[in-house]
Write a protein that binds this ligand. Structure first.
Ligand code: HH2
Length: 285
C-alpha cells in the first residue's frame, strides 16, 4: 500500500500559512466598489497592482469581481467571471484569494490557483459553495452580514451586536464543518460595514475578543470603510483615509485579529510589524 501523498501546504496549520499579523491586499475588478471602483483600466493593470501589493508584504491578494458596497446591485456569474478570470490568469503562481459567494466562480478561481475563498455571505448565497471549498481543501473566510448589500445599511438592528455576530459566526462555522470543510481551514470575520452603524462597527472591534474566543483566526476589513470617515467628523464621505485605516487595524490587532484586508498594503505591513514587536517585546519573531 502506498502512503497517501500529502503536500506541505496540506500539512501546515492556518497560522503557519497566515501568521498573525498577515495582510491581504484588495484587488477589486469592479466598476463600482466603494473606494477603488474602476481603478484598473485592464486586467494587466490589476495584476500589476496585485504584484506590487505582494512585493509590499501582502501574504495574499483578494481578487473580487462583484461590489458589495452598500446599495450595490448583484452582477451575473458570467460578468463576475469575465472580470476576474483574466486577472487570475496573469497572477498564476501568486498567492490569491477569491472574493466571491458563487460556487461557479470559486471553481474557476481555485482551478486558476486561488487558495482561499472569501465569502461575504458565509455560505448562505450558493448552496454548492461549501462542497466546492471542501473538495478543493481550500481555506475559507466566513463573514457576518445583516441583510444584503442592496439594503443592509437601511436600518441595521441588533439587541446585542457583539453577541449576535459571534453566535452567527459560530453557527456558520458549524455549518461549514458539517459540510465537510476542515475547521482548521476557516477564519471568521465580523463584517465591518455590512449591516452595521458606525458605532456598531466600532463596538465589534472594541470587543473583538468575543469573536477571537470562537477559536478561529479573525480577519477584519476596516480599510477605508466609511465609519473611519465618521470618526474624523466627515458625515458624507464614502471612504475613510488610509491613516485612519492603519490606526483601526492596529487597534484590531491589539484585540487579537490575525488577518487584515487592506487597500494600502505597505503602511499596514509596517504598522502591524511594529505592533507585533511591541506585543512580543522583541525585535525578532
Ligand atoms: N469588505 C468588502 C468586501 N469584501 N470581505 C471580507 N472578508 N471582509 C470585509 O470587510 C470585506 C470583504 C468591501 O470592501 P471593498 O472590497 O473595498 O469594496 P466593494 O465591496 O465595494 O468592492
Amino acid at each position: 500500500m502506498h502512503a497517501p501523498i500529502v503536500t506541505v501546504r496540506q500539512m501546515t496549520t492556518f497560522s503557519d500559512r497566515w501568521p498573525r499579523p498577515s495582510v491581504l491586499g484588495i484587488v477589486n475588478v469592479t466598476p463600482d466598489s466603494f473606494s477603488d471602483g474602476g481603478s484598473y483600466a485592464s486586467a494587466a493593470e490589476a495584476a500589476g497592482a496585485a504584484r506590487r501589493m505582494l512585493a509590499d508584504g501582502a501574504v495574499l491578494v483578494d481578487v473580487g469581481g462583484e461590489s458589495t458596497r452598500p446599495g450595490a446591485e448583484p452582477v451575473s456569474a458570467d460578468e463576475e467571471l469575465r472580470r476576474i478570470v483574466p486577472v487570475l490568469e496573469l497572477l498564476a503562481g501568486s498567492p490569491v484569494s477569491i472574493d466571491t459567494s458563487r460556487a461557479d466562480v470559486a471553481v474557476r478561481a481555485l482551478a486558476l490557483g486561488a487558495v482561499l475563498v472569501n465569502d461575504v455571505t458565509a455560505l448562505r448565497r450558493d448552496a454548492d459553495l461549501a462542497g466546492v471549498v471542501a473538495d478543493a481543501g481550500a481555506d475559507l473566510c466566513l463573514m457576518h452580514m445583516q441583510g444584503d448589500p442592496r439594503t443592509m445599511q437601511a436600518e441595521p438592528r441588533y439587541d446585542d451586536v457583539v453577541g449576535e455576530v459571534a453566535s452567527f459566526l459560530e453557527e456558520r462555522l458549524a455549518f461549514a464543518v458539517a459540510a465537510g470543510i476542515d475547521e482548521e481551514r476557516v477564519c471568521l470575520d465580523p463584517g465591518i460595514g455590512f449591516g452595521k452603524t458606525p458605532d456598531q462597527n466600532l463596538e465589534l472591534v472594541r470587543r473583538l475578543d468575543r469573536i477571537v474566543e470562537l477559536g478561529r483566526p479573525v480577519l477584519v476589513g476596516l480599510s477605508r470603510k466609511s465609519t473611519l470617515a465618521r470618526v474624523l467628523g466627515e458625515q458624507q464621505a464614502p471612504a475613510g483615509t488610509d491613516a485612519a485605516s492603519v490606526g483601526a487595524a492596529v487597534a484590531a490587532f491589539d484585540r487579537g485579529a490575525t488577518l487584515f484586508r487592506v487597500h494600502d498594503v505597505r503602511p499596514h505591513v509596517e504598522a502591524l510589524a511594529a505592533a507585533a514587536a511591541v506585543e512580543r517585546g522583541s525585535v525578532r519573531a
